[in-house]
Design a protein around this ligand. Structure first.
Ligand code: NAP
Ligand code: MG
Length: 482
């Protein structure tokens, strides 16, 4: 069993509380995988001060120099992808195949941002006197706090850290406690890649203690958060009160519309994978599917065939389609949402509980679950579940389908399956989502493109690609006259 420490000012430090959290394996909760620090606000303060001391030299370094660090970290992550992937699977349960994909995506994101410091990042604007040089440039925010969830324990920290560092900020990462063993490996990568002391710091501990302390800290210039809406709302309030910049990526209730002219088999494959991979614990997971009435019976059959074939099990087993959900609390919350859906009158077509296979009894498993006859005002149609649960609805025309897709406070991703360009364009023009796919699954993002949601899914800023520059920099306007 491993015991991890905080990474502060280039060194490994135990929490000043002297206490640690046990991270258990959700595939078998009798196994403790390792221990992560339960730090105090004093530890968070030490990390912020280290990041603040490191800032002048890091912001003065050239983009090329900053990029070197990211590139070296990328190469180390590639080398260690297998170890990192095993850590992900053992700590939060997703399958080893998905965890490997995530580790390699982390490396790809680092590589993408390694050259970002050399790309054009300002504008030349014609001056009104016709002779002055009027232009913009980008300044780093300063010290940024990054607060991340457990569902993508490599990709999300990296898609925040890489642009933050590339644009000249120094970083304090507060990872989700139940994904802290994986986050500690990221700290190790940066350390071995030659990160100057204080440029990257990782402080483990409870969100309300450490996340709260970072958000309120006067030396923290920006907070980038991914997680639940309840926590996001607190962060927004605290950050805005003291004038700090903040960015929030939160929940989703992502809809797929399957129209009568779609390739139904392919649509069923991608709806099931969007809903069930990672046990539905992706912010972009497919959560409801709205089917044209003419195709409904056939499509329900195609879904059922695929869902019945899903093998739930330990993520380490190569035959597993999806593993346990991340924690016992997460399993209880998902089972509770399923019970509520049934009470509200939806018809259960498959699953609905914990699997009864004896070898799964010590894990946080939930059966793949499909509900039919879900009505628009119920929780299954409106609320995020973050589990392997899919709600099936029916629409008689495209207006109704779009209204059903939009019938939620969230607006992260949405998809339509259709052979008609007109249907696809109508949907794309009217669906309320930050990311839209035509004939693709709702989950899965391209790191070189903007990522984020509408409505309550995000604070209206975007991550990834060049869009990350908007959050991690200030624009400065300069005029030079002679
Ligand atoms: P969460 O409970 O909000 O936790 C996210 C992070 O915030 C964790 O590091 C947590 O620490 C910390 N935290 C908790 N309370 C805090 C507080 N009072 N102040 C500051 N930080 C605090 O979310 P989760 O359960 O880990 O993740 C699931 C949620 O994330 C879902 O709603 C999902 O949709 C969303 N998500 C969104 C995206 C996106 O890009 N839109 C991507 C992935 C996930 P501890 O957990 O260690 O206490
Ligand atoms: Mg939580």
């Amino acid at each position: 069993m491993e015991t991890r420490l905080n990474y502060i000012d280039g060194g490994w430090t135990p929490p000043s509380s002297g206490t640690y959290a046990d991270n258990v394996n959700p595939a078998d909760v009798r196994e403790t995988v390792g221990r992560v620090p339960l730090s105090t606000p004093e530890d968070a303060d030490a990390a912020v001060r280290a990041a603040h001391r490191a800032l002048p030299a890091w912001r003065a370094a050239s983009g090329a120099v900053r990029g070197e660090l990211l590139l070296r970290a990328a190469l180390l992550l590639e080398e260690r992808a297998e170890d990192v992937a095993r850590s992900i699977t053992r700590e939060m349960g997703k399958t080893l195949a998905e965890a490997r994909g995530e580790a390699l995506r982390g490396a790809a994101i680092l590589k993408y941002y390694a050259s970002e410091g050399l790309r054009a990042n300002g504008e030349h604007i014609p001056a009104s006197d016709g002779t002055s040089l009027l232009f913009t440039k980008r300044l780093p925010l300063g010290v940024v706090a990054l607060i991340t969830p457990w569902n993508f324990p490599v990709a999300i920290p990296i898609w925040k850290m890489a642009p933050a560092l590339a644009y000249g900020n120094t970083v304090v990462l507060k990872p989700a406690t139940n994904a802290g063993l994986t986050a500690a490996r990221l700290a190790e990568l940066f350390d071995e890649a030659g990160c100057p002391p204080g440029v990257v710091n990782v402080v483990h501990g409870s969100g309300s203690d450490i996340g709260g302390a970072l958000t309120a800290h006067p030396l923290v210039d920006g907070v980038s958060f991914t997680g639940s809406n309840a926590v996001g709302a607190r962060i927004a309030r605290i950050a805005s009160e003291r004038g700090a910049k903040y960015q929030l990526e939160m929940g989703g209730k992502n809809a797929v519309v399957v129209w009568g002219d779609a390739e139904l088999e392919r649509a069923a494959d991608l709806v099931v994978s969007g809903a069930m991979k990672s046990a539905g614990q992706k912010c972009t997971a497919t959560s409801k599917v709205i089917v044209a009435a003419s195709a409904k019976e056939r499509f329900a059959q195609l879904l059922l065939e695929r869902i019945r074939a899903i093998r739930v099990g330990d993520g380490m087993d190569p035959n597993t389609y999806f593993g346990p959900v991340a924690t016992p609390a997460q399993r209880d919350a998902v089972l509770q949402a399923i019970r509520r859906g049934a009470e509200e009158g939806a018809r259960l077509l498959h699953g609905g509980g914990a699997p009864d296979r004896p070898e799964l009894q010590a894990g946080c498993y939930v059966e793949p679950t499909l509900f039919d006859r879900v009505t628009p005002e119920t929780s299954l149609a409106r609320e995020e579940i973050f589990g392997p649960v899919l709600a099936l609805m029916e629409a008689t025309d495209l207006d109704e389908a779009i209204a059903l897709a939009n019938g939620t406070e969230y607006g992260l991703s949405a998809a339509i399956f259709t052979g008609s360009l007109k249907t696809a364009m109508t949907f794309a023009n009217r669906v309320e989502a930050g990311m839209i796919k035509v004939n693709g699954e709702t989950a899965g993002v391209e790191y070189q493109a903007p990522f984020g949601g509408l409505k309550k899914s995000s604070s209206h800023s975007r991550e990834q690609g060049r869009a990350a520059m908007e959050f991690f920099t200030h624009t400065q306007t300069i005029s030079i006259s002679v």
